[in-house]
Design a protein around this ligand. Structure first.
Ligand code: SF4
Ligand SMILES: [Zn+2]
Ligand SMILES: [Zn+2]
Length: 322
């Protein structure tokens, strides 16, 4: 098969648009899709300072590369910086720290590493013996603390936007997971474009420029652009991802029969948010004004009916407040 855009041999068939693309046009079309998403949702402009959350994994590296490409078209755009959160997981983090460091040096991007142990008080390895007492799994703690530390570092760096590497598959898996759990609030809290609107200036607006790129295209993009892919899995991943893995398998089976399934899920995710959120959030704001909704310890927003946020609750349970 020939590429739809030139006379070279096609290396990829994008079923959703029935496009056959060569290596060069595969890279170009992915880049174009990312730019279209950034424009459609006004994710950032040349004058915005964008900080990229880097995990060292393939998604965040593809994200960083594309954000850099976009911002460097304008000579007076603020410098793009990257933040990597080191959870302290022995045998797992070392590889991604090395990859992230190597790519940031190559792309001349300042990289800031924030360690759980230093900024939260304990590493994930150090928290593992307390899991039974806390009645949660490692990933719940890891995700909560990582989100906070990432936000705080981005805020410290003066970021207007915090870009995170969620791809299409990540987004719809989270969406379906929340559907089967009947958790409307979590659906509203995880919009596909990543916007988090808050009147608190310490909360940096999160964006997901890769929201319309399927995972397999990210993997192929890395291969063609020579971006290394981490191979070591996190030792704590298995238990947490049982439901997610089943959802992933289910979506992939459906996708074999109809190419548009993932995009349809993304669209319905957006529609639900559009139609429900105004009403729902308005109610929540009214209730919040009655019940405050601000953590008594760190002053960051927390869920309804909570005195303190989950981040502070974890610190308290683990005796990490000095
Ligand atoms: S798999 Fe879980 S514990 Fe491991 S890095 Fe991811 S969120 Fe953290
Ligand atoms: Zn081509
Ligand atoms: Zn708090």
């Amino acid at each position: 098969m020939k590429c739809n855009y030139c006379s070279s041999k096609a290396v990829y068939h994008r079923k959703i648009s029935n496009e056959y693309v060569c290596k060069t046009h595969f890279i170009k079309t992915v880049k174009k899709k990312i730019r279209k998403t950034v424009r459609k949702y006004s994710m950032f402009s040349p004058k915005d300072k964008v900080v990229v959350g880097l995990s060292g994994g393939k998604d965040s590296l593809v994200l960083l590369f594309n954000v850099l490409e976009l911002q460097k078209r304008y000579s007076n755009s603020p410098i793009v910086e990257a933040v990597l959160i080191d959870e302290g997981i022995e045998g797992y983090r070392e590889e991604s720290i090395e990859i992230a460091g190597k790519m940031c040096r190559k792309w001349k991007t300042p990289l800031h590493t924030v360690k759980f142990e230093k900024s939260f008080g304990k590493s994930i390895d150090g928290i593992i013996p307390n899991l039974e007492k806390l009645k949660v799994n490692a990933c719940t703690i890891c995700g909560t603390v990582r989100r906070r530390l990432l936000n705080d570092k981005a805020d410290e760096l003066g970021a207007d936007r915090l870009a995170i590497g969620h791809n299409l598959d990540d987004q719809i898996e989270t969406f379906l997971q929340n559907i089967v759990r009947n958790d409307l609030k979590q659906i509203l809290l995880h919009p596909p474009n990543g916007n988090i609107k808050s009147d608190k200036k310490e909360i940096v607006q999160r964006i997901k420029p890769l929201m319309s790129i399927p995972e397999k295209e990210i993997t192929l993009y890395c291969y063609y652009k020579d971006i290394p892919i981490q191979v070591t899995p996190c030792p704590y991943v298995e238990n947490f991802y049982i439901l997610r893995k089943k959802i992933q398998d289910f979506i992939n089976i459906l996708e074999n029969q109809s190419a548009e399934i993932k995009y349809n899920l993304l669209k319905i995710n957006e529609k639900i948010i559009e139609q429900v959120s105004l009403n729902y959030l308005e109610k929540e704001i009214n209730q919040k004004s009655k019940k405050n909704g601000i953590c008594k310890i760190c002053q960051m927003p927390c869920g309804l009916n909570r005195e303190i946020c989950y981040f502070c609750e974890l610190k308290k349970e683990l005796n990490l407040f000095l």
